[in-house]
Design a protein. Structure first.
Lengths: 466, 341
């Protein structure tokens, strides 16, 4: 191909006085000469350009994605690999009286069954280790795993789950975060209260601010529980080698901390665990802590074979973390010109059955709750409570979408009450370079007003509406 | 009848963990021909972070994105990383990568200095060359220097570094402290059509202006913004996990739990509000999570603008919006004399 191009170029450059056939100039060429195309790319591909920062560089994995050649866990297989499934409780709050796995164990094709009692340290969690890998004594929400099976096919593993008998003694349950706050509410994890973390942010003198305000407005908002819905479900493959080292291919989004959590549950030195993070088909916060990895590792140890586990879509919803539902109360004192003098915020987070990333969510929500505004007098009180629902954890925004919905709705209500344009009231109150945040931090590279003006300009906010 | 409305929402969002240490480490190895290998413990979760980290390493070494091969996410071979969480990869891991590449580059400068007859601190790496600052005609190809460093001088140009954003713990009583090292800001404005007979909300258009410091790769920033808005629309209008009285999920499937698809997507107009954060790698902050934060608020405000009802509980399903419209009409009929505020 390159040779042809060279020939074509040389042909074109042949001296004019070279002998040629008389009609050669008159005839149309049979095909467009290749030399009419640019022979070389004068501009290098974006990926080859310098400087590299600021380039609209194609993703380095784009070609593999485009060709369907990216290997997710589902695309990986090893000789003799088994398939694991986990039995889910299906009851939200109960004591486990007995787990009988005998009928499952004798099924042809079932290679191993695992219960929570066989897990060296049956608890994990990024803040509090309040979550069992497989529930062994008590079920805290309906998606809790109670036993696991490894079998030669996924179908046999799924069938075997039905043969596992679990005897429960139902316990009272609480599902609403405000109910869970009450004195007489069922204590999900025992203790004095279902509140397992709280945050307070205080700045200035809110009472004085409200007293000086021309108007005081209030609002109450709530948000729902949602799932991350990554296309790739939680997945992993574990293989235990004869030297006592385990390798886990996993869809985890944070392998370093994941490895430490797995080492803790398996009671293994960290250097005996290798985690290979495969390309993840969507995380959004949902793959920020371990799930079935210890189960896969122990099933692999029991059977001496690689064991793969891929959550079903139902498990993705019922047995992995979700976004915290919030109940939010806002109270704001403003001047007639729209300047905010004081704000009070109360947040109650539905923390679900386990802590997971609730502490982080609570902290970020409390810090961000008052919005990107200059408010001298502020009080934020926030707490997160246990309920017998699916656990809530990290999800894109850590509480910020919830408080942003409440705060910005409340801001529009204030604007409407005062007869001020929603853009204008934000510009009047927004942070500036060097503003003090609710936690007393001096803010730098603050471009909130630029984003307001740029979005408004792009949208045509100030254009006359028809 | 379809009524059109518009709503604005702005937000701020921190980069990295709340107070807690969340370090990243990285290793950059410059090969004998001037290409490089980057080792990072972070995980590619679809956002394109490996491309961005490769661009940061390339920038620090003065080479192109393609010249850097990124090896990631293997606890046996890659250095520790707190992971793909808290919108921290570009900022925290990016800083570690930048420092690691600078450390590798320092070895190249040390080797090139006598070759070019200047001090090492008078050199810079640019356009695949090691050149004298202010005298770019005095240069050596980076591959030449890298080869010389490894094969002749016996100093393989390898650099490792780690970085952790500095924070100050929050006071438990008042919450005062410095929980994060930097924040990003954004505004989204939504235009919606609300059918006042069915309550159905359609998002027509969203203008999104996002700050991410320096956009290391504007195309990937735009991708994040569009993806974040898609999630925000689901949160605003459709998605909700429902439970029965016994606490079991009623809709744990994609038939009854509806996520937005391409047909639900509005037209999205993106503005990247560039600025330079001196604490980030080449001025970059981050963009992952914030893209999803203001969408629902902007849509809720647009619904209010369109039909005058305030949705206080998400999601703003057609049923909920219609019920609110009917309630508002009933209120108005009961009090015909009332004047608007």
């Amino acid at each position: 191909m390159a040779e042809n191009r060279k020939d074509a170029r040389q042909r074109q450059r042949a001296p004019l006085d070279a002998p040629r056939r008389a009609d050669a100039d008159l005839r149309l060429p049979a095909a467009t000469p290749q030399a009419s195309y640019p022979l070389e790319m004068l501009v290098p591909q974006v990926l080859q350009q310098t400087p590299a920062v600021g380039q609209r560089a194609t993703r380095i994995d784009a070609r593999l994605h485009g060709l369907g050649q990216t290997r997710y866990i589902e695309d990986l297989a090893f000789p003799g690999m088994l398939y694991a499934r986990i039995k889910r409780a299906g009851i939200a709050s109960a004591l486990i009286r007995r787990i009988d796995t005998r009928a499952a164990e004798v099924m042809p094709g079932v290679m191993a069954v695992l219960t929570g009692r066989e897990i060296p340290v049956n608890s994990f969690g990024p803040s509090f280790q309040d979550q069992p890998v497989l529930a062994d004594a008590q079920v805290f929400h309906a998606g809790d795993g109670v036993a696991a099976v490894a079998a030669v096919t996924e179908q046999i593993a799924t069938e075997a789950l039905d043969r596992i008998e679990v005897e429960y003694e139902p316990l009272p349950a609480v599902f609403d975060p405000l109910e869970a706050l009450k004195e007489d509410a069922h204590r999900v994890h025992g203790g004095d209260s279902n509140v397992y973390a709280s945050r307070i942010i205080k700045k200035g003198d809110p009472d004085a601010g409200f007293a000086a305000a021309d108007h005081v407005l209030e609002g109450r908002f709530s948000t729902q529980m949602v799932e991350h819905v990554a296309i790739e479900p939680h997945a992993g493959i574990a293989t235990w080698d004869p030297a006592g080292r385990v390798t886990i291919w996993s869809s985890l989004g944070r392998i370093t901390l994941g490895r430490a959590d797995i080492a803790r549950t398996l009671k293994l030195p960290i250097n005996r665990i290798r985690i290979v993070g495969t390309i993840v088909g969507g995380n959004f916060g949902g793959k920020n802590e371990i799930t079935q990895e210890p189960v896969l590792a122990l099933l692999s140890k029991k059977t001496g074979r690689p064991v793969k586990g891929v959550y079903t879509r139902e498990e993705e919803f019922a047995a992995t973390t979700t976004r915290h539902p919030f109940v939010m109360e806002y109270r704001t004192g403003v001047k007639k010109n729209g300047r905010i003098l004081a704000r009070q915020v109360r947040l109650v987070l539905d923390g679900g059955a386990y802590c997971s990333w609730s502490e982080t969510t609570l902290g970020k929500a409390a810090i961000l709750a008052a919005g990107p505004y200059r408010i001298d007098n502020l009080q934020v009180e926030a707490c997160v409570v246990y309920t017998n629902k699916t656990m809530t954890g990290a999800m894109r925004g850590f509480g910020a979408p919830q408080v942003c919905f409440a705060c910005e709705s409340h801001m529009d209500d204030i604007a409407a009450a005062l007869g001020i344009d929603p853009l204008e009231i934000r510009l009047r109150n927004a942070f500036e370079e060097g503003s003090i945040s609710p936690t007393g931090q001096v803010l730098q590279t603050v471009v909130i007003k630029d984003t307001l003006c740029r979005a408004a300009q792009r949208f045509g906010w100030k254009e006359v509406r028809t | 009848m379809k009524r059109r409305g518009r709503g604005i929402a702005c937000m701020w969002y921190p980069i990295g963990f709340t107070v807690a240490a969340n370090p990243s480490a990285a290793t950059v190895k410059v090969n004998e021909d001037g290409t490089a290998t980057l080792l990072t413990g972070t995980v590619e979760t679809g956002q394109g972070s490996l491309t961005v980290l490769g661009q940061i390493a390339a920038e620090a070494l003065g080479i192109a994105t393609e010249d850097v091969h990124v090896v990631s996410a293997d606890t046996d071979t890659t250095p520790m990383d707190t992971g793909a969480i808290a919108s921290r990869t570009t900022y925290v891991t990016g800083n570690a990568v930048r420092l690691a590449a600078e450390n590798a580059c320092a070895i190249l400068f040390e080797v090139a200095a006598p070759m070019l007859g200047v001090r090492a601190d008078q050199l810079e790496a640019r356009d695949r060359k090691i050149q004298v600052k202010g005298f770019p005609q005095r240069h050596l190809p980076i591959g030449h220097v890298a080869h010389h460093a490894q094969v002749v001088k016996g100093q393989p140009p390898i650099g490792s570094a780690s970085w952790n954003p500095p924070t100050v713990a929050m006071d438990p009583e008042t919450g005062q402290g410095k929980p994060f090292n930097t924040y990003v800001y954004a505004t989204q404005i939504a235009e919606v059509d609300v059918d006042d007979e069915t309550g159905e909300v359609e998002v027509v258009r969203i203008a999104a202006a996002h700050d991410c410091g320096t956009a290391i790769n504007p195309m990937l920033v735009e991708g994040q913004i569009q993806g974040g808005i898609a999630m925000g629309i689901g949160f605003a209008l459709q998605e909700e996990i429902l439970f029965d009285a016994a606490g079991r999920q009623l809709n744990p499937n994609l038939t009854n739990y509806i996520v937005p698809t391409s047909l639900d997507m509005p037209e999205i107009e993106v503005d990247i509000v560039e600025n330079y954060d001196p604490t980030g790698p080449f001025g970059a902050k981050g963009v992952g999570e914030p893209t999803s934060v203001p969408t629902a608020a902007a849509i809720a405000n647009a619904i209010y603008d369109a039909v005058g009802v305030r949705v206080t509980a998400l999601p703003a399903t057609a049923e909920k919006v219609l019920a609110a419209i009917k309630e508002k009409r009933a209120r108005q009929q009961n009090k015909p004399q009332s004047l608007p505020l």
